[in-house]
Design a protein around this ligand. Sequence first.
Ligand SMILES: CCCCCCCCCCCCCCCCCCCCCCCC(=O)SCCNC(=O)CCNC(=O)[C@H](O)C(C)(C)COP(=O)(O)OP(=O)(O)OC[C@H]1O[C@@H](n2cnc3c(N)ncnc32)[C@H](O)[C@@H]1OP(=O)(O)O
Ligand code: FAD
Length: 666
Amino acid sequence: MEVGAPDYLAGERQTAEFDVESMKVTWAGSRHALEVSDRMARLVASDPVFRKDNRVMLSRKELFKNTLRKAAHAWKRIVELRLTEEEASRVRFFVDEPAFTDLHWGMFVPAIKGQGTEEQQQKWLPLAYKMQIIGCYAQTELGHGSNVQGLETTATFDPKTDEFIIHSPTLTSSKWWPGGLGKVSTHAVAYARLIVDGQEHGVHGFIVQLRSLDDHMPLPGITVGDIGMKFGSGAYNSMDNGVLRFDNVRIPRDQMLMRVLQVTREGKVIQSDVPRQLIYGTMVFVRQTIVADASCALSRAVCIATRYSAVRRQFGSQNGGPETQVIDYKTQQSRLFPLLASAYAFRFVSEWLKSLYTDVTEKLQRGEFSTLPEAHACTAGLKSITTSATADAIEECRKLCGGHGYLANSGLPELFAVYVPACTYEGDNTVLLLQVARFLVKTVSQLGSGKVPVGTTAYMGRARHLIQCKSNVQSAEDWLNPQVVVEAFEARSLRMSVACAENLAKFPNPEEGFAQLAADLVEAAAAHCQLIVVTKFFEKLQQDIPGKGVKKQLQILSSVYALYILHKHLGDFLSTGSITPKQGALANDQLRSLYSKIRPNAVALVDAFNYTDHYLSSVLGRYDGNVYPTLYEEAWKDPLNDSVVPDGYQEYIRPLLKQQIRNARL
Ligand SMILES: CCCCCCCCCCCCCCCCCCCCCCCC(=O)SCCNC(=O)CCNC(=O)[C@H](O)C(C)(C)COP(=O)(O)OP(=O)(O)OC[C@H]1O[C@@H](n2cnc3c(N)ncnc32)[C@H](O)[C@@H]1OP(=O)(O)O
Ligand SMILES: Cc1cc2nc3c(=O)[nH]c(=O)nc-3n(C[C@H](O)[C@H](O)[C@H](O)COP(=O)(O)OP(=O)(O)OC[C@H]3O[C@@H](n4cnc5c(N)ncnc54)[C@H](O)[C@@H]3O)c2cc1C
């Protein structure tokens, strides 16, 4: 905010019962992370190249070219200022525009790192790090996305020339969707079925050059282009999601990523001791980052809706005084505050997931693979529930802002359009929950065998207790006890998984059973993932959290998150007998009282996200709350208002007004 400018939300900020600066540190993860973030936010906001207020007005071509300009400028600044990886990734965050660079850094580079041999990494990574080649991740095809084993592209080894022949045998085998592919990438990690000596060896990644490094023209045998406009204006249209066909394209043998499986000069296929699932490792990495993104997108929407709810007034004027702030309506609070709590919950679970991922990666380097299934289940499941909740929440925030939320300059429509594909990309959310369900059913089926469940399924080791325990909640106050809450969530999750396992056992063919029970399995998987989020929020509170009143606020938010989920899924808790209807009603009483505790802190709690006005790009979410004059000014900037009488008046409006109506009975 400019020095001396009026702050229409000052009153809201004065009622905060905690130290906002300390909460900013907790949200950012550390004082260092906050400092870096702050510096990069200012760097981006002060640079005119990164202007984004005009984005929804640009044509696709203008938008795309502008994104290229931003990406090139960002890279120039990163190199000039010798920014660290952490700083560069904050630059990307605040530039706030999907671009080919996401796939280059987020998937192409990690695919080579995770699936390439030492030699391959040494050859390709320096080029990629300097962006002397630009890569994408070409897995999905027109006919196959979720079912990776069903991909049709082939990579046939030719022992005569020591090459692979990459081919798209059908229309449905055309690569379809990869970001950065359409117009920019010079290379791809393309996934194809490996065929050696007439035998198939599953799907593997191959580094394929697509375009000339001299004139950017597609190489012989490559057909490549953009797949067309996507949902919304601006939004994901800055990305060149592409289509790609291979017509018997030859690549050297050493361009197959060979960490998992090697093909020798003689055409011998050698399986290494690394599990085949490591071919999916890049997806595990990205799913983990998508959980962190969910907390960012959600907090952004909630920041806009909270500030605006404090500015907006409707009804309730007493003796000509001001009307009621809409944030004071209990309905507004019961829709908004759980989303605020969810933003914090997702933030902390993403912190935990990152540490789990780092730990598993270190173990994989040492040749320990036992924790891979849990890492897969956690990343897949949390990616699924956090993105679904965030997509719904952004739309709810739009509605919480009434009519003005529908204006592009509220920032919410574009945020929604850019965010919703997260429910689909990197694994459709239902497909991913089915993966979690497989993991849970397997864990349950091994309970009797003496195998002790660990990590996030450790609670299943107490199945005997959890299957019959009764919650001893007797008052609304009891629901503030984390142990009580966690036990109710554990009982619900365990009982849902066990019920699925029991029902599955009734089918002679387990796969048929899995298919028939899929809807129940997805619900059991979601219940397990919600338990993880709740538990990790409570565990966060065990840490030392400095700053006046900060921990207290987080305790309130953790209870709000847990009781909101309980209230929303009351049916599960009741039907599994994890709690009684009376206890469900007490949880709801507690939730109401918690909302009143959040109310004086709401604006400060969203200030703690530390978002600049440039990043929010929302008239409704402005830090100073000066909404109405800005809405009014912005309206006049619309190109339609460039002329008082619109283009088309002479052709279409005037003739209408002047028409002679003879036969109509108007
Ligand atoms: C303008 C700004 C400029 C700024 C410049 C600045 C530069 C610097 C900035 C840096 C920025 C970095 C940004 C990074 C951001 C990245 C953003 C990326 C955006 C995302 C784009 C989207 C990309 C995609 O969508 S890629 C395609 C994704 N596709 C999928 O997800 C497909 C989903 N399907 C599957 O995963 C599989 O098919 C599956 C799992 C459904 C089934 O597989 P399969 O049939 O093989 O398995 P099963 O038989 O079911 O299981 C067998 C067995 O394997 C286990 N398993 C399955 N998957 C995994 C796994 N991943 N890991 C481990 N184990 C796995 C499964 O559990 C089974 O185990 P059992 O024990 O045998 O039961
Ligand atoms: C914006 C965007 C960017 C993308 N970027 C990339 C990229 O860079 N690289 C890349 O390779 N791909 C990319 N993709 C593709 C993306 O990964 C796939 O779209 C995604 O994995 C879903 O696969 P699908 O499209 O085949 O969906 P489908 O599997 O066809 O899903 C359609 C419906 O079928 C259901 N369904 C499917 N299988 C099952 C099942 N077994 N049981 C129950 N229901 C099922 C799904 O739940 C869904 O409702 C991108 C997609 C988008 C939207």
